[in-house]
Design a binder for this molecule. Structure first.
Ligand code: ADQ
Length: 748
């Protein structure tokens, strides 16, 4: 877009100049040169007639005509003279040289000669017609009609046109160049001038400070600020993080070192479908965030093979190239028995650590057998990392709470590896974490990492305090590092995000009005529906129940919304093996039915519960169709749904309601921030969102879009990898210094 504007600024003046040349200057120039030549030819004709006058008078009567003819025939030898005729005082053509057109009488010649550019086209070419008195004092007297060749004037005129065109092109180029320079300079000048005015300085100072003009000045200042904001919003961040920049960073700072990612959830699941094997993407925030990074750095992703057709597509090393259509990186699958999955994943990770870290008032369950499974599976994944490592110091990115022990296990076998662990869920305070029987082991495992990342500073602080409480470690708060058993770990916040959609992706989206029409039609909702959407896994931490209560309260408190307000809740079943989750799903279904019974009428149902996973196209369509997106997590590391909603709204419409307990609330302050436990507050926010004027929606959404676009997932990964690059550099320097220190001793 920017380069297009630049080209326009250059091309437009050039084209205008050339068009002016073609339409105005060239025809004008033609007419002018013709007139100049006519004047010159007339002077020449007069001169010639005067020279001939004496000869014409001296010839004796008897041979006058013969002598004159001979004389004139000699004169027309001149290459510029085509023909001459002599006219008597009474307008009779007395004689004419060869080539004189018989149809051109003396009267017509005199008429032609009156014109400003007297020209006549003969078979031999164009001629200039001039009629000159032989003796100007004699009235009426003889006249000479001179026909002079005009072809040379045409040749000259063509030359002139060529020169003029070349000149105008050069002029156009110069004007275009100057226009660009002036536009740049004047924009800067304009901006700094306006800034000065905004500060009440500059040449308008006395005006701006006059008390009677203060309200006007204030108004102008605000409008100017709006304009400036709009400009910066449209321009986007100066240096944007994208896959290319991430690749460059890997190349330069990590010198193309091997990257291995470890996560429980795999990014692609192969399953048997009715027509053969199909590939499915899981509904997971972690996969949404990490997959674009892996695509950018094409390494190996190690994950649990959970699809029923997963084994059928892997090679001898249990690997498959993914994404299926482009094969940008390797996915290595680890097979778990049902008992292992039960103990490590459902048991310790999801019944123990998940509620422990989310503090969502569901009791964590810790079983000895689950812990044993968790340890064993962590070891198996650590072994796979070691097997995949091509050198002694790969970059290993460990994802999430399923692998708290893995960093120390890998560190033991690959002491030089750079281990970046990211904890995607919140970290609780020491008191809450302290209820875990294996708190010390978990902390020791995590401190095998080179860098341990959380979404927010608040989670980092909780972690530092937890280590302080349960381990004998040295904590440097100033640098946010922990030294434990001779190794140092950096604790840093890296707010995760999504990949900002490319222009091509955005262009392929249906317009919001079309998306809305499609969604309303599919769900059989009337056109005036106020559409709120929620997109989650069926998880008790996501606050779906509280959301339903808020909808119920809204309809109760403000009956005007009955019949038009609809919440479409898409909820993907998750961890359904666990009773807690099954009960939760049933409870949500019961509450939704109750609200629908209470406020539904005819076909109107205020809650549409779609208990299934949608593909990303359908989710995006829903975001674009919605008036409101509701995120009411009771506790959430970050929450990507709200960022996806923002990215989907290129029309700058729609309102985001966001829980203050989601990590995202720290960045997305222009959302309507609510406490989901406060049902009344959330119901009021729904009411406010439903009534929010378009201008306010645009203001908020434009600002939110700027944040998500700039703080995208490539920045998340880029910052972490850049920190890792610096750490590796420091390690190399330390090793070199060590070698140098040891070298003289060896010699000695
Ligand atoms: P999650 O708890 O899985 O992630 P979230 O960040 O909201 O939560 O991401 C969910 C993802 O799954 C989104 O991409 C969403 O579109 C998709 N999704 C959810 N329900 C869906 C459905 N029914 N159909 C289709 N897609 C659906 C964890 C942490 C978060 C953290 C992320 C990333 O709990 O706090 O933001 O990791 O670190």
């Amino acid at each position: 877009m920017k380069s297009f504007q630049l080209q326009l600024r250059f091309l437009l003046p050039l084209l205008v100049t050339l068009a002016l040349a073609a339409l105005v200057a060239l025809p004008l120039m033609d007419r002018m040169t013709e007139r100049w030549f006519a004047r010159d030819l007339n002077n020449r004709g007069l001169l010639l007639t005067r020279t001939l006058a004496a000869a014409l008078d001296q010839s004796d009567d008897a041979n006058r005509l013969t002598q004159l003819r001979a004389l004139l025939e000699r004169v027309v030898q001149d290459e510029r003279l085509v023909a001459i005729a002599l006219c008597s005082p009474d307008g009779e053509r007395v004689l004419a040289t060869r080539g004189y057109p018989s149809s051109l009488g003396c009267a017509q010649a005199a008429q032609q000669a009156q014109r400003s550019a007297p020209r006549l086209t003969l078979a031999t070419g164009a001629v200039h017609v001039g009629v000159y008195p032989v003796n100007p004092e004699q009235q009426p007297g003889d006249r000479l009609v001179l026909l002079q060749d005009l072809s040379f004037t045409e040749r000259r005129s063509e030359d002139t046109q060529r020169y003029l065109l070349a000149f105008m092109t050069l002029l156009g180029l110069a004007v275009a160049g100057i226009t660009m320079a002036v536009a740049q300079i004047s924009w800067r000048g304009w901006v700094s001038g306006m800034r000065a005015i905004l500060r009440g300085e500059g040449i308008l100072r006395p005006l701006v400070q006059a008390p009677e003009l203060q309200p006007l000045a204030l108004e102008v200042r605000e409008r100017l600020r709006d304009l400036e904001d709009e400009f910066y919003r449209e321009r986007g961040p100066l240096t944007e993080w994208d896959p290319e920049r991430l690749r460059q960073l890997l190349k330069t700072q990590l010198r193309g070192d091997q990257v291995i990612i470890v996560s429980n959830r795999e990014p692609y699941i192969h399953q048997h479908g009715p027509d053969g094997i199909v590939v499915r993407r899981p509904a997971s925030g972690l996969v949404t965030a990490v997959e674009p990074v892996m695509r950018a750095c094409s390494g190996t992703w190690i994950a649990h093979g959970s699809g029923d057709a997963d084994r059928e597509v892997v090679d001898a090393q249990d690997c498959v190239a993914v994404p299926p259509d482009s094969g940008e990186y390797r996915l290595r699958r680890i097979w778990l028995s049902d008992e292992e999955e039960q103990g490590y994943y459902y048991g310790f990770a999801n019944e123990g650590l998940w509620p422990l870290c989310h503090v969502a008032h569901v009791r964590p369950v810790f079983r000895e057998s689950d812990w044993a499974c968790y340890r064993a599976v962590n070891q198996r994944f650590a072994d796979a990392v070691v097997a995949e490592a091509r050198g002694e110091d790969p970059v290993v990115m460990v994802q999430d709470y399923h692998f708290a022990l893995l960093p120390a296990m890998v560190r033991q076998r690959l002491p030089k590896a750079t281990i970046l662990t990211f904890w995607h869920i919140p970290w609780p305070n020491p008191e809450s974490f302290g209820i875990c029987p294996w708190r010390r082991e978990l902390l020791q495992g995590l401190l095998g990492s080179t860098i341990l990342g959380f979404h927010t500073r608040f989670h980092c602080k909780n972690f530092l305090e937890t280590v302080d409480r349960f381990l004998e470690a040295r904590i440097e708060h100033e640098h946010s590092t922990i030294s434990y058993r001779g190794a140092q770990t950096l604790i840093e916040s890296y707010p995760i995000s999504i990949a900002w959609p490319s222009e091509a992706q955005q262009a392929a989206w249906p317009p919001p009005a079309e998306a809305r029409r499609a969604v309303l039609e599919r769900l059989q909702l009337p056109r005036d529906t106020v559409l709120a959407v929620g997109v989650d896994r069926f998880d008790y931490t996501k606050g779906i129940l509280e959301r339903l209560h808020a909808v119920e309260r809204l309809l109760e408190k403000r009956p005007q919304w009955q019949g038009s307000f609809v919440l479409v809740q898409v909820a993907a079943p998750t961890r359904s093996v666990l009773e807690e989750y099954r009960d939760f799903q049933h409870r949500i279904q019961r509450v939704a039915e109750r609200i629908n019974r209470r406020f539904g009428a005819g076909r109107y149902q205020p809650v549409v519960l779609l208990a299934e996973q949608h593909d990303s196209v359908a989710v995006n369509e829903l975001y674009r169709a919605a008036d409101i997106c509701v995120v009411t997590s009771l506790h959430d590391g970050m929450n990507l749904v709200c960022k996806e909603f923002i990215a989907a709204r290129d029309d700058e419409r729609g309102v985001l309601i966001l829980s203050r307990f989601a990590g995202a609330a720290r960045e997305l302050t222009e959302a309507l921030i609510v406490n989901p436990y406060h049902v009344e507050e959330t119901a009021d926010a729904l009411h406010r969102a439903a009534l929010m004027p378009e201008a306010e929606q645009r203001e908020r959404m434009a600002s939110l879009r700027m944040t998500v676009r700039e703080f995208n997932v490539y920045r998340w990964a880029g910052r972490m990898l850049a920190d890792a690059g610096r750490w590796r550099l420091r390690q190399r320097i330390v090793a070199r210094v060590q070698r140098q220190r040891e070298a003289p001793e060896t010699v000695a």
